[in-house]
Design a protein around this ligand. Structure first.
Ligand code: SF4
Length: 356
């Protein structure tokens, strides 16, 4: 069979539609059912004339990803989805069901990651490939299909899974264009969040192009040496440049920038660290999110701060007037932290292969 056209490749779909003499409204209804109602490929295809269905199904690819594993947390509302790409690589998405009834989805933008952050299981895997537009969108479609029988749909989409989104910038923008376009997913831009370790030029390009899309900066320390130890890319994007970028973003965007701060025992969690963070963030419109750390095998030197330390750090920021939350860590029992499960599965696969 020749290579399939992606359902998101509009010019090719239009050409096929015209060849098969399908009314454009029918293709529009296929898109609506598949991308807005998440009714599934089978149901969407029923919108086409009977005589065109087989050819359309044969020639159009709806799901570039194959769902490999679904793991539901027994302790909270998290579900991890592990997908296989056409190259046979694995990526992860995580569904988070909040007590409020809202559902968030964390998606991956790359297979592995070149940023090599010290605390991150994905970074320790190295980089394999950028995800295509269709592969990113398929995470949204398949996650929604998974929760359809619960009467839920994904409300918030966060690019915080495997990969640095701004290392796959053009595909991420093309994906965003389809996500927020009324003819495709019609997902509100202000319910999308992109998390970056701080690629400053891309943050500004994104802020200009999508003023309503939220940005999160993984800051983790306002000491340059500590930040460089945690995030090697910090050498290229120093703290003073990051601060100037945040000032500019605040002028470009109506929303606040989320500052992500991983709480690491003895590394960045002292009262002095909090005081320096408060100074650094002065006059910026930001929301600080303190993140409890899930230790990973590849970085045994890093441990999470105790709850008492986290609470006191948060208290110090709040007293200084900073909007501060402590992220409730979901899915610890299903290794929901980015890259952990995939890394474990890959290790197991390699061990089995080497025994064969
Ligand atoms: S934290 Fe993000 S940018 Fe850093 S290695 Fe992990 S996936 Fe890449």
């Amino acid at each position: 069979m020749s290579e399939q056209i992606s359902i998101y490749d509009t010019p090719s779909i239009d050409a096929l539609r015209s060849r098969l003499a399908i009314d454009p409204h029918r293709v529009h209804r296929v898109r609506t059912l598949f991308m807005k109602k998440f009714a599934g490929q089978q149901r969407a295809i029923e919108e086409l004339p009977v005589e065109a269905r087989d050819t359309f199904t044969e020639q159009v690819g709806f799901h570039p990803l194959q769902l490999d594993v679904r793991l539901d947390s027994e302790t909270d509302g998290a579900t991890k989805l592990v997908f296989a790409t056409a190259m046979g690589k694995r990526i992860e998405s995580v569904l988070l069901r909040a007590g409020t009834g809202r559902t968030a989805l964390c998606i991956s933008s790359q297979v592995g990651c070149a940023a090599n952050c010290d605390f991150c299981a994905t970074g320790k895997m190295g980089f394999f490939a950028n995800l295509s537009v269709a592969e990113m969108l398929d995470q949204v479609v398949q996650a929604n299909e998974q929760i359809a029988d619960e009467g839920r749909t994904v409300r918030n989409i966060v690019l915080m899974g495997m990969g640095e989104p701004f290392h796959n910038e053009s595909n991420v923008y093309e994906m965003l264009d389809l996500l927020i376009d009324g003819k495709y997913f019609n997902h509100p831009a202000n319910r999308v969040l992109i998390s970056t370790v701080g690629i400053t030029d891309a943050m500004l390009r994104c802020g200009r192009r999508y003023p309503k899309v939220n940005l999160a900066l993984s800051l983790h320390s306002v000491r340059q040496t500590v930040r460089e130890q945690l995030i090697p890319l910090a050498r290229k994007f120093p703290l003073d440049e990051l601060r100037r970028t945040l000032v500019e973003l605040n002028a470009l965007q109506p929303s606040t920038v989320m500052i992500e701060y991983l709480m690491l025992a003895g590394v960045n969690d002292s009262p002095e660290d909090a005081a320096e963070l408060i100074d650094w963030l002065a006059d910026l419109r930001v929301h600080v999110n303190l993140i409890p750390y899930n230790p990973i095998e590849a970085a045994p030197q890093l441990l999470g701060s105790s709850r008492a330390v986290r609470d006191s750090f948060a208290g110090q920021l709040k007293s200084a007037g900073l909007t501060t939350t402590i992220r409730y860590s979901m899915g610890a029992d299903i290794e929901a932290a980015c890259g952990q499960l995939v890394q474990k599965m890959e290790r197991k696969r390699r061990a089995i292969t080497s025994q064969e």
